[in-house]
Design a binder for this molecule. Sequence first.
Ligand SMILES: *[C@@H]1O[C@H](CO)[C@@H](O)[C@H](O)[C@H]1NC(C)=O
Ligand SMILES: *[C@@H]1O[C@H](CO)[C@@H](O)[C@H](O)[C@H]1NC(C)=O
Ligand SMILES: *[C@@H]1O[C@H](CO)[C@@H](O)[C@H](O)[C@H]1NC(C)=O
Ligand SMILES: *[C@@H]1O[C@H](CO)[C@@H](O)[C@H](O)[C@H]1NC(C)=O
Ligand SMILES: *[C@@H]1O[C@H](CO)[C@@H](O)[C@H](O)[C@H]1NC(C)=O
Length: 634
Amino acid sequence: MLGWKGLSRRAGIDPIVVEKLGTVAAHRLAPAWPRIRRCASARQTIVLLVLGFVSWFVFVQLSIFSSAWTAPLAFIGVPGYGPAPKRMTSAYNTLPPLAAPIPCYGARGKLLSDSYDDRMEETSLNIPYPTTFTGSYEAVGLDMTWTTAEDRYAAYGYGEKRESYNRTKVQWDKVDWGALQNECFERNEQRFPSAAKKFDDPLETLRLGFRNRTRIPVVRHWHEFNQTQRTALVVRCWRGYNFQPEDMYYLRSLITETSLHSGGEYQVILLVDMRESPENIFASKAAYEKGLHAAGIPPELRSIAVLWDEHLLQSWYRDIDEHRTMWQVYQPMQLLALHYPEFDHFWQLELDMRFTGHTGHYLTALSTTARSEPRKQALERSLFPYMPSRLPSPSPLAFFSAVNATSLGSSLAWGPIPIPELPPIGPVPPVPDPRADPFSWGVGEDADVIVTSFCANASAADSWVFRDWIGGLRAGVATPRFFCPPAVTRTSRALMLVAHEAQVRRAVRVPSEATPVSFALWHGLKMSFPQGPVFFRREGDEEFEEAWWRGGPEKGRKDGGVGPVVVEHPSGDGLSFWWGGDWPRRIFDAWQGEEEREEEWPWVLRREGGRVWAPNMMVHPMKRREGEPAGSRP
Ligand SMILES: *[C@@H]1O[C@H](CO)[C@@H](O)[C@H](O)[C@H]1NC(C)=O
Ligand SMILES: *[C@@H]1O[C@H](CO)[C@@H](O)[C@H](O)[C@H]1NC(C)=O
Ligand SMILES: *[C@@H]1O[C@H](CO)[C@@H](O)[C@H](O)[C@H]1NC(C)=O
Ligand SMILES: *[C@@H]1O[C@H](CO)[C@@H](O)[C@H](O)[C@H]1NC(C)=O
Ligand SMILES: *[C@@H]1O[C@H](CO)[C@@H](O)[C@H](O)[C@H]1NC(C)=O
């Protein structure tokens, strides 16, 4: 088994320091205590205690907490920032299911439960479903339904200018998506724990503000908050973003199918990057309102828009030089979690992603799968693509077994992978040796981070441009860390609060794509990569499959490391979900009836009954065609 000791040795951290800290971290102090007592006389104990207190006192007085020397102090708290956070138990994230939702009103002022006009339509067709490249429907419990662009988006305005549009037309500018979501939450409020609150209009409350004017503590801990069982869906956009009809269909469907259909379990928020705004947008209601106007946020979305800017990040994270998205996309999210702790989880979604099926069903399938996944080997499973066709049996279970076999029944992340500077908050494992756990730890526990694509060992990713970008940790590039692009993730309040704390106190930084998973591993928080369906541009391209498979779990690293023998994989261009590439755009255009040359027709689509059908999937990124704004079609 590769324990934290082996890992620290490889990471170049002094094994003795780590051993001490790790011992404390793993709560092994209790059994060790009688032995220590036997060895030390009472006098020696007193002398040690006094010495310990004096050195602690000196550190406090000098307040040299940024020095590496005080790292061990992290375990008893850092001067100026209060005591260290507590350790969690798995019970914190193991919550009873909520009662069934009470129907809510939609954009047409009708109850969604009996309004045909507000409904999106999914259909079961009696035709074979396309074969996934990685992931599967079974693995995440997703329906194999089909949609046409019209059935999927007509409720949200798609095709409303056509003669044939037979749904009630909506004056979208008069819709207030913030009010609709709040009304829905209030109808459902008694289903939620008492800590759940509606999302008040950011313009009325102005919760965000510079650190030197803040009305909340600079650091907050997970244990200061009770769970609310509400999840924020945070869509990132920026000042001057040119909202196209297609974006609006997407956002309206997102709000309706997540927040409104679930009776308030979700809340959609638009997180608006004002960039280098010349004025302090947080100074007053008037300044903020001016900002909203300058940002060009459509009226229907104003009440869910939370503005932030470069100055806000500089003010909170003043010891970190880099705030740009590629490096620190989670900084605004961390501040959102700090200021809006009434959400347990925060999905970071992009404006250029789409769900061809029901969005709420898709996101809930991911979180349900993550919840039922064991903690053991979760990291290992995230490093291998689950390719049903390459396994002895296509089932998700065969994938689990293959990863278990290559891991020799062990698990790299078993409790925290300790970092001397960061006192871990995650639960202590129920058994010290992961091999003794029958894949039960973590089952039923909500994940602190859900990623949407493969992870890799950041230290070994030679072609990853951010490989050596790390700061605030003594071990530097030797620090164990993993990354999972793209930054479409769900992160818990607890995780965002510890990332925030580490950045504020010690300027700990890793690139965006490494932030959630690395912090989760260092803290021993639960991670999950539910491998949903992903398609590739060329059906059954064995060479491409082989290159991504990299020997698979069977040939996985056997030298105590984790993941495939070959870390590098081909470009993800041509995948239906990735951080780059134009295939999602082509799928979308063909689905909407745009002419495509026959040889470029996206094979995952089907023509049936004179209509074009798309399988149920999440696609990203939706690049705009050159010279043509996306969604210019009716
Ligand atoms: C509206 O039109 C769609 C096809 O465009 C049709 O399937 C549906 O039945 C129509 N609904 C009504 C109420 O006429
Ligand atoms: C959390 O809930 C418990 C039990 O209901 C209550 O005693 C406690 O005050 C709550 N804590 C916070 C921070 O709301
Ligand atoms: C507070 O911080 C902001 C941003 O860092 C700065 O522009 C402003 O001058 C500061 N205000 C005071 C009173 O220090
Ligand atoms: C996992 O692997 C270990 C070691 O090879 C083996 O003993 C155990 O039975 C496996 N567990 C499952 C559920 O496959
Ligand atoms: C991560 O990669 C580094 C550099 O290749 C290697 O030394 C380390 O063993 C790897 N970590 C794991 C857990 O595989």
